[in-house]
Design a binder for this molecule. Structure first.
Ligand SMILES: [Zn+2]
Length: 479
Protein backbone atom coordinates (compact mmCIF):
# COMPACT_ATOMS: atom_id res chain seq x y z
CA UNK A 1 0.00 0.00 0.00
CA UNK A 2 1.44 3.34 -1.03
CA UNK A 3 0.24 6.68 0.22
CA UNK A 4 1.38 10.15 -0.51
CA UNK A 5 2.25 12.23 2.55
CA UNK A 6 2.91 15.95 2.64
CA UNK A 7 5.45 17.75 4.79
CA UNK A 8 5.22 21.54 4.67
CA UNK A 9 8.24 23.77 4.80
CA UNK A 10 8.49 25.45 8.22
CA UNK A 11 7.29 29.09 8.38
CA UNK A 12 10.48 30.21 10.05
CA UNK A 13 12.62 29.13 7.15
CA UNK A 14 15.45 31.38 6.07
CA UNK A 15 14.31 33.46 3.02
CA UNK A 16 17.54 32.69 1.16
CA UNK A 17 16.69 28.97 1.13
CA UNK A 18 13.29 29.64 -0.39
CA UNK A 19 14.77 31.84 -3.09
CA UNK A 20 17.35 29.18 -3.98
CA UNK A 21 14.46 26.72 -4.23
CA UNK A 22 12.60 29.19 -6.46
CA UNK A 23 15.66 29.62 -8.71
CA UNK A 24 15.99 25.87 -9.04
CA UNK A 25 12.27 25.61 -9.86
CA UNK A 26 12.59 28.06 -12.76
CA UNK A 27 15.52 26.21 -14.33
CA UNK A 28 13.98 22.80 -13.66
CA UNK A 29 10.73 23.77 -15.37
CA UNK A 30 12.58 25.21 -18.36
CA UNK A 31 14.51 22.00 -18.90
CA UNK A 32 11.47 19.82 -18.19
CA UNK A 33 9.52 21.64 -20.91
CA UNK A 34 12.46 21.22 -23.33
CA UNK A 35 12.49 17.46 -22.62
CA UNK A 36 8.73 17.17 -23.14
CA UNK A 37 8.95 19.10 -26.41
CA UNK A 38 11.76 16.82 -27.58
CA UNK A 39 9.63 13.74 -26.92
CA UNK A 40 6.58 15.17 -28.69
CA UNK A 41 8.66 16.25 -31.68
CA UNK A 42 10.12 12.74 -31.99
CA UNK A 43 6.72 11.10 -31.38
CA UNK A 44 7.95 9.15 -28.38
CA UNK A 45 5.97 8.25 -25.26
CA UNK A 46 8.55 6.06 -23.54
CA UNK A 47 12.32 6.41 -23.32
CA UNK A 48 14.17 3.62 -21.56
CA UNK A 49 16.51 4.57 -18.75
CA UNK A 50 19.68 3.76 -20.64
CA UNK A 51 18.66 5.93 -23.60
CA UNK A 52 17.81 9.02 -21.55
CA UNK A 53 21.13 10.81 -21.95
CA UNK A 54 21.39 10.17 -25.68
CA UNK A 55 17.85 11.17 -26.43
CA UNK A 56 17.35 14.38 -24.46
CA UNK A 57 18.95 17.77 -25.18
CA UNK A 58 22.16 18.56 -23.26
CA UNK A 59 21.90 20.83 -20.24
CA UNK A 60 24.49 23.11 -18.69
CA UNK A 61 22.81 24.90 -15.76
CA UNK A 62 21.46 21.91 -13.83
CA UNK A 63 23.65 19.22 -12.28
CA UNK A 64 23.83 15.75 -13.85
CA UNK A 65 21.73 14.17 -11.12
CA UNK A 66 19.00 16.78 -11.36
CA UNK A 67 19.03 16.41 -15.14
CA UNK A 68 18.50 12.65 -14.81
CA UNK A 69 15.57 13.14 -12.43
CA UNK A 70 14.10 15.79 -14.73
CA UNK A 71 14.34 13.55 -17.80
CA UNK A 72 12.50 10.75 -16.00
CA UNK A 73 9.90 13.26 -14.91
CA UNK A 74 9.39 14.28 -18.55
CA UNK A 75 8.88 10.64 -19.57
CA UNK A 76 6.32 10.18 -16.81
CA UNK A 77 4.42 13.32 -17.88
CA UNK A 78 4.36 12.46 -21.59
CA UNK A 79 3.40 8.83 -21.13
CA UNK A 80 0.67 9.78 -18.62
CA UNK A 81 -0.61 12.42 -21.03
CA UNK A 82 -0.68 9.93 -23.94
CA UNK A 83 -2.55 7.30 -21.89
CA UNK A 84 -5.21 9.73 -20.73
CA UNK A 85 -5.62 11.26 -24.21
CA UNK A 86 -6.11 7.78 -25.59
CA UNK A 87 -8.77 6.85 -23.04
CA UNK A 88 -10.65 10.11 -23.22
CA UNK A 89 -10.40 11.18 -26.87
CA UNK A 90 -8.39 9.07 -29.29
CA UNK A 91 -10.29 5.83 -28.59
CA UNK A 92 -13.57 7.49 -29.57
CA UNK A 93 -11.99 9.07 -32.65
CA UNK A 94 -10.74 5.66 -33.86
CA UNK A 95 -14.20 4.16 -33.33
CA UNK A 96 -15.79 6.99 -35.24
CA UNK A 97 -13.35 6.71 -38.18
CA UNK A 98 -13.92 2.97 -38.34
CA UNK A 99 -17.71 3.47 -38.39
CA UNK A 100 -17.47 6.04 -41.16
CA UNK A 101 -15.07 3.80 -43.13
CA UNK A 102 -12.31 6.41 -43.04
CA UNK A 103 -9.91 3.68 -41.85
CA UNK A 104 -9.97 -0.04 -42.62
CA UNK A 105 -10.15 -2.88 -40.11
CA UNK A 106 -6.37 -3.69 -39.94
CA UNK A 107 -5.57 0.00 -39.37
CA UNK A 108 -8.22 0.18 -36.66
CA UNK A 109 -6.72 -2.82 -34.85
CA UNK A 110 -3.22 -1.33 -35.09
CA UNK A 111 -4.39 2.02 -33.73
CA UNK A 112 -6.15 0.36 -30.78
CA UNK A 113 -3.06 -1.73 -30.03
CA UNK A 114 -0.81 1.33 -30.09
CA UNK A 115 -3.11 3.13 -27.67
CA UNK A 116 -3.74 0.22 -25.33
CA UNK A 117 -0.06 -0.65 -24.90
CA UNK A 118 1.22 2.90 -25.30
CA UNK A 119 3.58 1.88 -28.12
CA UNK A 120 5.81 4.35 -29.94
CA UNK A 121 7.98 2.18 -32.18
CA UNK A 122 7.05 0.04 -35.19
CA UNK A 123 6.91 -3.71 -34.58
CA UNK A 124 6.04 -6.78 -36.64
CA UNK A 125 2.35 -5.93 -36.45
CA UNK A 126 2.52 -2.12 -36.10
CA UNK A 127 3.53 -0.08 -39.14
CA UNK A 128 5.17 3.35 -39.14
CA UNK A 129 2.14 4.72 -41.05
CA UNK A 130 -0.17 3.61 -38.25
CA UNK A 131 2.10 5.26 -35.68
CA UNK A 132 2.12 8.51 -37.65
CA UNK A 133 -1.65 8.45 -37.95
CA UNK A 134 -1.93 7.73 -34.23
CA UNK A 135 0.20 10.75 -33.38
CA UNK A 136 -1.90 12.97 -35.60
CA UNK A 137 -4.93 11.88 -33.56
CA UNK A 138 -3.05 12.25 -30.27
CA UNK A 139 -1.89 15.80 -30.95
CA UNK A 140 -5.24 16.66 -32.46
CA UNK A 141 -7.14 15.51 -29.42
CA UNK A 142 -6.08 18.36 -27.16
CA UNK A 143 -3.30 20.54 -26.04
CA UNK A 144 0.14 19.09 -25.49
CA UNK A 145 1.43 18.97 -21.91
CA UNK A 146 2.84 22.26 -20.67
CA UNK A 147 4.82 22.82 -17.50
CA UNK A 148 3.00 25.36 -15.36
CA UNK A 149 4.30 26.75 -12.08
CA UNK A 150 2.15 24.10 -10.33
CA UNK A 151 4.44 21.34 -11.58
CA UNK A 152 6.93 20.44 -8.88
CA UNK A 153 10.56 19.44 -8.79
CA UNK A 154 11.14 15.71 -8.74
CA UNK A 155 14.12 14.66 -6.74
CA UNK A 156 15.92 11.33 -6.60
CA UNK A 157 18.01 9.49 -4.05
CA UNK A 158 20.97 11.53 -5.36
CA UNK A 159 19.41 14.97 -5.15
CA UNK A 160 17.50 14.95 -1.87
CA UNK A 161 17.79 13.52 1.61
CA UNK A 162 15.09 13.47 4.27
CA UNK A 163 16.41 13.36 7.82
CA UNK A 164 15.11 13.28 11.36
CA UNK A 165 17.38 15.12 13.73
CA UNK A 166 15.99 15.48 17.24
CA UNK A 167 18.79 17.79 18.35
CA UNK A 168 17.78 20.89 16.38
CA UNK A 169 15.52 23.42 18.09
CA UNK A 170 13.30 24.61 15.21
CA UNK A 171 12.08 21.22 14.03
CA UNK A 172 13.44 17.67 13.92
CA UNK A 173 12.58 17.22 10.23
CA UNK A 174 14.95 18.42 7.52
CA UNK A 175 15.20 17.94 3.79
CA UNK A 176 18.55 18.43 2.11
CA UNK A 177 18.33 19.23 -1.59
CA UNK A 178 20.82 20.03 -4.32
CA UNK A 179 20.14 23.40 -5.86
CA UNK A 180 21.85 25.28 -8.68
CA UNK A 181 25.07 25.71 -6.72
CA UNK A 182 26.80 22.46 -7.56
CA UNK A 183 28.10 20.21 -4.82
CA UNK A 184 26.24 22.11 -2.10
CA UNK A 185 23.14 20.99 -0.21
CA UNK A 186 20.53 23.33 1.17
CA UNK A 187 18.71 22.11 4.27
CA UNK A 188 15.03 22.99 4.52
CA UNK A 189 13.27 22.80 7.89
CA UNK A 190 9.95 20.92 7.62
CA UNK A 191 6.89 20.80 9.81
CA UNK A 192 6.21 17.34 11.18
CA UNK A 193 3.35 15.27 9.78
CA UNK A 194 1.83 12.97 12.42
CA UNK A 195 1.57 10.15 9.87
CA UNK A 196 5.24 10.18 8.93
CA UNK A 197 7.07 8.67 11.88
CA UNK A 198 10.47 8.03 10.39
CA UNK A 199 12.31 8.72 7.10
CA UNK A 200 12.60 4.93 6.81
CA UNK A 201 8.84 4.67 6.18
CA UNK A 202 9.03 6.69 2.96
CA UNK A 203 10.70 6.01 -0.37
CA UNK A 204 13.80 7.95 -1.28
CA UNK A 205 13.22 10.84 -3.64
CA UNK A 206 10.28 13.21 -3.40
CA UNK A 207 8.34 15.94 -5.12
CA UNK A 208 8.96 19.53 -4.11
CA UNK A 209 6.08 21.76 -5.09
CA UNK A 210 4.16 24.85 -4.25
CA UNK A 211 0.57 24.32 -3.17
CA UNK A 212 -2.31 26.51 -4.34
CA UNK A 213 -1.64 29.04 -1.61
CA UNK A 214 1.98 29.32 -2.67
CA UNK A 215 3.48 27.41 0.27
CA UNK A 216 6.33 25.04 -0.54
CA UNK A 217 5.83 21.45 0.48
CA UNK A 218 7.54 18.10 0.16
CA UNK A 219 5.49 15.14 -1.04
CA UNK A 220 6.85 11.77 -0.08
CA UNK A 221 5.53 8.28 -0.71
CA UNK A 222 4.95 6.14 2.32
CA UNK A 223 5.46 2.42 1.76
CA UNK A 224 4.48 1.08 5.15
CA UNK A 225 2.78 -2.32 4.99
CA UNK A 226 -0.60 -2.44 6.69
CA UNK A 227 -1.74 -5.55 8.50
CA UNK A 228 -4.36 -7.21 6.32
CA UNK A 229 -5.90 -10.30 7.89
CA UNK A 230 -5.47 -13.55 5.95
CA UNK A 231 -8.85 -14.74 4.72
CA UNK A 232 -9.87 -18.37 5.08
CA UNK A 233 -9.66 -20.23 1.76
CA UNK A 234 -13.44 -20.39 1.45
CA UNK A 235 -14.11 -16.98 2.99
CA UNK A 236 -17.51 -15.57 2.03
CA UNK A 237 -17.48 -12.81 -0.53
CA UNK A 238 -19.41 -9.57 -0.65
CA UNK A 239 -20.00 -7.74 -3.91
CA UNK A 240 -19.86 -3.94 -3.81
CA UNK A 241 -21.08 -1.44 -6.32
CA UNK A 242 -20.01 2.16 -6.01
CA UNK A 243 -23.19 3.69 -7.24
CA UNK A 244 -24.33 6.93 -8.68
CA UNK A 245 -27.32 6.98 -6.37
CA UNK A 246 -25.73 5.79 -3.14
CA UNK A 247 -22.08 5.70 -2.14
CA UNK A 248 -22.05 1.91 -1.99
CA UNK A 249 -24.51 -0.94 -2.51
CA UNK A 250 -23.74 -4.51 -1.43
CA UNK A 251 -24.76 -7.79 -3.02
CA UNK A 252 -26.80 -8.65 0.10
CA UNK A 253 -29.03 -5.68 -0.61
CA UNK A 254 -27.74 -3.04 1.79
CA UNK A 255 -27.30 0.56 0.73
CA UNK A 256 -24.69 2.85 2.24
CA UNK A 257 -24.44 6.60 2.10
CA UNK A 258 -27.95 7.27 0.77
CA UNK A 259 -28.41 10.23 3.10
CA UNK A 260 -25.11 11.92 2.28
CA UNK A 261 -25.42 11.50 -1.46
CA UNK A 262 -27.47 14.67 -1.90
CA UNK A 263 -25.00 16.75 0.07
CA UNK A 264 -22.19 15.32 -2.00
CA UNK A 265 -24.03 16.12 -5.23
CA UNK A 266 -24.61 19.72 -4.13
CA UNK A 267 -20.94 20.26 -3.31
CA UNK A 268 -19.81 18.51 -6.45
CA UNK A 269 -22.23 20.49 -8.62
CA UNK A 270 -21.06 23.77 -7.09
CA UNK A 271 -17.46 22.91 -7.76
CA UNK A 272 -18.16 21.94 -11.35
CA UNK A 273 -20.19 25.02 -12.15
CA UNK A 274 -17.62 27.33 -10.56
CA UNK A 275 -14.91 25.71 -12.62
CA UNK A 276 -16.97 25.86 -15.82
CA UNK A 277 -17.77 29.54 -15.23
CA UNK A 278 -14.14 30.40 -14.79
CA UNK A 279 -13.27 28.55 -17.94
CA UNK A 280 -15.96 30.35 -19.92
CA UNK A 281 -14.75 33.71 -18.70
CA UNK A 282 -11.16 32.81 -19.57
CA UNK A 283 -9.97 33.19 -15.98
CA UNK A 284 -7.07 31.14 -14.69
CA UNK A 285 -7.96 27.69 -13.48
CA UNK A 286 -7.74 28.02 -9.71
CA UNK A 287 -9.21 30.48 -7.28
CA UNK A 288 -9.54 30.66 -3.51
CA UNK A 289 -13.23 29.78 -3.73
CA UNK A 290 -12.59 26.79 -5.96
CA UNK A 291 -9.79 25.59 -3.69
CA UNK A 292 -11.95 25.74 -0.60
CA UNK A 293 -14.79 23.92 -2.40
CA UNK A 294 -12.42 21.18 -3.48
CA UNK A 295 -10.99 20.85 0.01
CA UNK A 296 -14.46 20.63 1.50
CA UNK A 297 -15.54 18.00 -1.00
CA UNK A 298 -12.50 15.78 -0.56
CA UNK A 299 -12.62 16.09 3.23
CA UNK A 300 -16.31 15.21 3.17
CA UNK A 301 -15.92 12.17 0.95
CA UNK A 302 -12.98 10.90 2.99
CA UNK A 303 -14.97 11.03 6.22
CA UNK A 304 -18.02 9.44 4.66
CA UNK A 305 -16.21 6.58 2.93
CA UNK A 306 -14.11 5.94 6.05
CA UNK A 307 -17.29 5.50 8.11
CA UNK A 308 -18.85 3.26 5.46
CA UNK A 309 -15.71 1.11 5.27
CA UNK A 310 -15.78 0.70 9.06
CA UNK A 311 -19.47 -0.29 9.01
CA UNK A 312 -18.88 -2.79 6.22
CA UNK A 313 -15.93 -4.45 7.90
CA UNK A 314 -17.80 -4.63 11.20
CA UNK A 315 -20.98 -6.05 9.69
CA UNK A 316 -19.17 -8.52 7.42
CA UNK A 317 -16.25 -9.88 9.42
CA UNK A 318 -13.80 -12.20 7.62
CA UNK A 319 -15.36 -11.42 4.23
CA UNK A 320 -13.50 -10.80 1.03
CA UNK A 321 -14.77 -7.64 -0.63
CA UNK A 322 -15.26 -7.74 -4.37
CA UNK A 323 -14.89 -4.37 -6.06
CA UNK A 324 -15.04 -3.16 -9.63
CA UNK A 325 -11.73 -2.57 -11.31
CA UNK A 326 -12.71 0.76 -12.75
CA UNK A 327 -10.30 2.07 -15.27
CA UNK A 328 -9.83 5.27 -13.34
CA UNK A 329 -8.15 7.00 -16.20
CA UNK A 330 -11.34 6.67 -18.17
CA UNK A 331 -13.88 7.12 -15.40
CA UNK A 332 -14.64 10.69 -14.52
CA UNK A 333 -16.58 12.63 -12.00
CA UNK A 334 -18.17 11.61 -8.79
CA UNK A 335 -18.03 7.86 -9.24
CA UNK A 336 -14.27 8.04 -9.58
CA UNK A 337 -14.07 10.25 -6.55
CA UNK A 338 -16.10 7.99 -4.28
CA UNK A 339 -14.59 4.82 -5.69
CA UNK A 340 -11.02 5.80 -5.00
CA UNK A 341 -11.72 6.84 -1.45
CA UNK A 342 -13.73 3.73 -0.61
CA UNK A 343 -11.32 1.39 -2.31
CA UNK A 344 -8.46 2.87 -0.37
CA UNK A 345 -10.29 2.75 2.95
CA UNK A 346 -11.26 -0.90 2.45
CA UNK A 347 -8.04 -2.25 1.00
CA UNK A 348 -6.05 -0.91 3.92
CA UNK A 349 -7.98 -2.94 6.43
CA UNK A 350 -9.30 -5.99 4.67
CA UNK A 351 -8.79 -8.22 1.67
CA UNK A 352 -10.29 -7.00 -1.58
CA UNK A 353 -10.36 -8.44 -5.05
CA UNK A 354 -11.01 -6.53 -8.25
CA UNK A 355 -13.14 -7.77 -11.13
CA UNK A 356 -13.86 -6.64 -14.68
CA UNK A 357 -16.92 -4.43 -14.23
CA UNK A 358 -18.11 -4.36 -17.84
CA UNK A 359 -21.93 -4.34 -17.99
CA UNK A 360 -22.38 -5.18 -14.30
CA UNK A 361 -24.77 -2.25 -14.05
CA UNK A 362 -26.88 -3.17 -17.08
CA UNK A 363 -27.23 -6.93 -16.76
CA UNK A 364 -30.22 -8.65 -15.18
CA UNK A 365 -28.96 -11.03 -12.48
CA UNK A 366 -31.97 -13.36 -13.03
CA UNK A 367 -32.03 -13.94 -16.77
CA UNK A 368 -28.75 -12.39 -17.92
CA UNK A 369 -30.35 -9.92 -20.31
CA UNK A 370 -28.03 -6.95 -20.97
CA UNK A 371 -29.51 -3.59 -21.90
CA UNK A 372 -29.00 0.02 -21.00
CA UNK A 373 -32.79 0.25 -20.93
CA UNK A 374 -32.91 -2.07 -17.93
CA UNK A 375 -32.20 0.84 -15.62
CA UNK A 376 -33.72 4.26 -15.16
CA UNK A 377 -32.17 6.19 -12.29
CA UNK A 378 -32.41 4.08 -9.16
CA UNK A 379 -34.94 1.66 -10.67
CA UNK A 380 -33.90 -1.53 -12.36
CA UNK A 381 -36.58 -3.29 -14.38
CA UNK A 382 -35.44 -6.11 -16.65
CA UNK A 383 -36.87 -5.67 -20.13
CA UNK A 384 -36.78 -9.41 -20.65
CA UNK A 385 -37.99 -11.07 -17.45
CA UNK A 386 -39.38 -8.10 -15.54
CA UNK A 387 -37.20 -8.42 -12.44
CA UNK A 388 -37.45 -5.29 -10.34
CA UNK A 389 -34.77 -4.07 -7.97
CA UNK A 390 -32.68 -1.13 -6.80
CA UNK A 391 -30.24 -0.44 -9.64
CA UNK A 392 -27.18 -0.25 -7.40
CA UNK A 393 -28.03 -3.47 -5.57
CA UNK A 394 -28.21 -5.19 -8.96
CA UNK A 395 -24.72 -3.82 -9.58
CA UNK A 396 -23.50 -5.31 -6.29
CA UNK A 397 -25.03 -8.72 -7.09
CA UNK A 398 -23.45 -8.74 -10.55
CA UNK A 399 -20.07 -7.69 -9.16
CA UNK A 400 -20.21 -10.68 -6.80
CA UNK A 401 -21.31 -12.97 -9.63
CA UNK A 402 -18.48 -11.75 -11.83
CA UNK A 403 -15.92 -12.73 -9.19
CA UNK A 404 -16.97 -16.36 -9.69
CA UNK A 405 -17.07 -16.12 -13.47
CA UNK A 406 -13.92 -17.77 -14.76
CA UNK A 407 -14.62 -16.79 -18.38
CA UNK A 408 -14.28 -13.04 -17.89
CA UNK A 409 -10.72 -11.84 -17.32
CA UNK A 410 -9.78 -8.58 -15.68
CA UNK A 411 -8.37 -7.14 -18.90
CA UNK A 412 -11.02 -8.40 -21.32
CA UNK A 413 -12.36 -5.65 -23.53
CA UNK A 414 -15.95 -4.61 -22.76
CA UNK A 415 -17.02 -5.62 -26.27
CA UNK A 416 -15.76 -9.18 -25.67
CA UNK A 417 -17.60 -9.32 -22.36
CA UNK A 418 -20.77 -8.03 -24.00
CA UNK A 419 -20.56 -10.67 -26.74
CA UNK A 420 -20.12 -13.42 -24.13
CA UNK A 421 -23.06 -12.20 -22.04
CA UNK A 422 -25.32 -11.90 -25.09
CA UNK A 423 -24.37 -15.43 -26.19
CA UNK A 424 -25.16 -16.81 -22.74
CA UNK A 425 -28.53 -15.10 -22.71
CA UNK A 426 -29.40 -16.47 -26.16
CA UNK A 427 -28.30 -19.98 -25.19
CA UNK A 428 -30.56 -19.86 -22.17
CA UNK A 429 -33.48 -18.70 -24.34
CA UNK A 430 -32.82 -21.47 -26.87
CA UNK A 431 -32.85 -24.02 -24.05
CA UNK A 432 -36.24 -22.93 -22.85
CA UNK A 433 -37.82 -22.59 -26.31
CA UNK A 434 -36.61 -26.04 -27.39
CA UNK A 435 -38.79 -27.42 -24.63
CA UNK A 436 -41.88 -25.73 -26.04
CA UNK A 437 -43.43 -28.66 -27.99
CA UNK A 438 -43.35 -30.76 -24.82
CA UNK A 439 -44.86 -27.94 -22.84
CA UNK A 440 -47.74 -27.60 -25.32
CA UNK A 441 -48.38 -31.31 -25.13
CA UNK A 442 -48.41 -31.21 -21.36
CA UNK A 443 -50.74 -28.24 -21.32
CA UNK A 444 -53.19 -30.02 -23.64
CA UNK A 445 -52.99 -33.07 -21.45
CA UNK A 446 -53.62 -31.05 -18.35
CA UNK A 447 -56.67 -29.37 -19.93
CA UNK A 448 -58.09 -32.78 -20.73
CA UNK A 449 -57.49 -33.79 -17.19
CA UNK A 450 -58.96 -30.70 -15.61
CA UNK A 451 -62.24 -31.15 -17.51
CA UNK A 452 -62.47 -34.55 -15.90
CA UNK A 453 -61.12 -33.75 -12.51
CA UNK A 454 -57.68 -32.88 -11.16
CA UNK A 455 -54.43 -33.64 -12.97
CA UNK A 456 -52.69 -36.78 -11.89
CA UNK A 457 -49.73 -36.50 -9.54
CA UNK A 458 -47.28 -37.27 -12.35
CA UNK A 459 -48.63 -34.60 -14.68
CA UNK A 460 -48.56 -32.07 -11.91
CA UNK A 461 -44.90 -32.80 -11.15
CA UNK A 462 -44.06 -32.54 -14.84
CA UNK A 463 -45.84 -29.19 -15.12
CA UNK A 464 -44.16 -27.84 -12.00
CA UNK A 465 -40.79 -28.81 -13.42
CA UNK A 466 -41.45 -26.38 -16.25
CA UNK A 467 -42.66 -23.74 -13.86
CA UNK A 468 -46.01 -23.38 -15.66
CA UNK A 469 -48.37 -24.41 -12.91
CA UNK A 470 -49.91 -20.94 -12.93
CA UNK A 471 -50.48 -21.06 -16.68
CA UNK A 472 -52.84 -24.01 -16.27
CA UNK A 473 -56.52 -23.04 -16.10
CA UNK A 474 -57.96 -23.34 -12.62
CA UNK A 475 -59.23 -26.78 -11.70
CA UNK A 476 -62.73 -27.42 -12.84
CA UNK A 477 -63.01 -23.96 -14.36
CA UNK A 478 -64.13 -25.19 -17.80
CA UNK A 479 -67.15 -27.25 -18.72
ZN1 LIG B 1 -34.18 -10.50 -16.46
Amino acid sequence: MKRSRKLYVHEEVNEGKISSLDDLHVEYRRYLQACIDAMLAAHRTIISRKDLLDFFPPESVLSTNIVAACQQHAVAIVSGWAISRYTNHVKKAIQRFAREDVIDEPTKIQLFTIGKYNLDKPTKTISQEALDLYWTLLLDAGKAPTVSSRVGIRTSIHTSDLRLNEDTSLTPWWLGFSGLAKGKRTWLPLKANPFVKSPKDVTKGCLLKRDRKGRWRVEVVETKEYEVPDPLPDAPRLGMDVGLNVIAATSDGRLFGEAVKSKFDVLYGKMRSTRANRQRQGLKENSARLDSLEDRLSGFIKTVTGTIANDLIKSHPAHVFVLEDLDLRGCRGQKRFAYRALHRALSMRTLTIAINAAYTSQMCPSCGYVSRGNRTGVRFICRSCGRKSHADVVGGINVLGRSEDTHVGLDDHPSEVKALLRERYRARRRDSSSREPEVTALLACSRRLTTRGSPSGDTRTALNAYGISRAVPPLGGHP
